[in-house]
Design a protein around this ligand. Structure first.
Ligand code: HEM
Ligand code: HEM
Length: 172
């Protein structure tokens, strides 16, 4: 990992695009069951279509991350180690999240039509026996992401307010 003053603009843009998507898709997911039947399917479609975008942005981001040799260095103390663990877990959870949702909706018998326009091929068809397992994984990962994001934001604020170093600024 090479030392540099901050993340390249492409990294900052993709960080904030994914953050905004997750901040919108997560609560929408929790609210789905409360919508009236006549609009429920439209909100499912919005949740799933924006959530599906997260998968492609995450795969792009992973590719950028693994191929870049100009990333800011991590702190050499416990904060560097903790942030590495949280970032790796976030990467894993943010791939499992859309994949589990996608497999769940297909297994429940509602294949994804992306924004109502593009039918998305799925390796899993209607399969009521396994559908609940994908749903459980989706819910479990949602709570894991909430915990990780809380830790992550606490860490960012810790650097900004307590340490007063440039960790926060290099993602702005
Ligand atoms: C990063 C992306 C995503 C996030 C953060 C997210 C988050 C959530 C949350 C918080 C819930 C509520 C869980 C509960 O009530 O216990 C939910 C439910 C649901 N989500 Fe997602 N979701 C994402 C992507 C997707 C995708 C891509 C699909 C399908 C293509 C999807 C399909 C569903 C379905 C069908 C439900 C209803 C409950 C179930 O059967 O699992 N989600 N989602
Ligand atoms: C107010 C909200 C947020 C703030 C202030 C924030 C801030 C930051 C900062 C300062 C970094 C750079 C840390 C470093 O260089 O060590 C970073 C990296 C990162 N953030 Fe956030 N973030 C926020 C929201 C999110 C959300 C919602 C997610 C995902 C759901 C996320 C995922 C990540 C990941 C995976 C990295 C690691 C980047 C890499 O090295 O590849 N962040 N964030």
């Amino acid at each position: 990992m090479t030392q540099s003053s901050g993340y390249a603009p492409s990294f900052r843009i993709i960080h904030w695009v994914i953050a905004v998507l997750v901040f919108a898709v997560w609560p929408l997911g929790m609210l789905l069951k409360y919508f009236k039947d006549d609009v429920k399917l439209s909100f499912y479609m919005l949740h799933e279509s924006f959530g599906f975008l997260v998968l492609w942005f995450m795969l792009l981001r992973l590719g950028m991350r693994l191929s870049s040799n100009a990333l800011p260095a991590r702190a050499d103390d416990w904060t560097g180690k903790l942030s590495l663990i949280v970032h790796v877990l976030l990467y894993i959870a943010l791939v499992i999240m859309p994949v589990s949702g996608f497999l769940a909706t297909n297994a429940h018998g509602f294949p994804l039509q992306w924004f109502g326009l593009v039918p998305i091929w799925s390796p899993v068809g209607r399969a009521p026996a396994i559908a609940p397992y994908f749903s459980i994984l989706h819910t479990f990962t949602a709570w894991a992401i909430l915990a990780l994001v809380c830790l992550h934001i606490t860490g960012a604020l810790f650097h900004r307010i307590v340490r007063q170093d440039d960790t926060f600024q290099r993602m702005l």
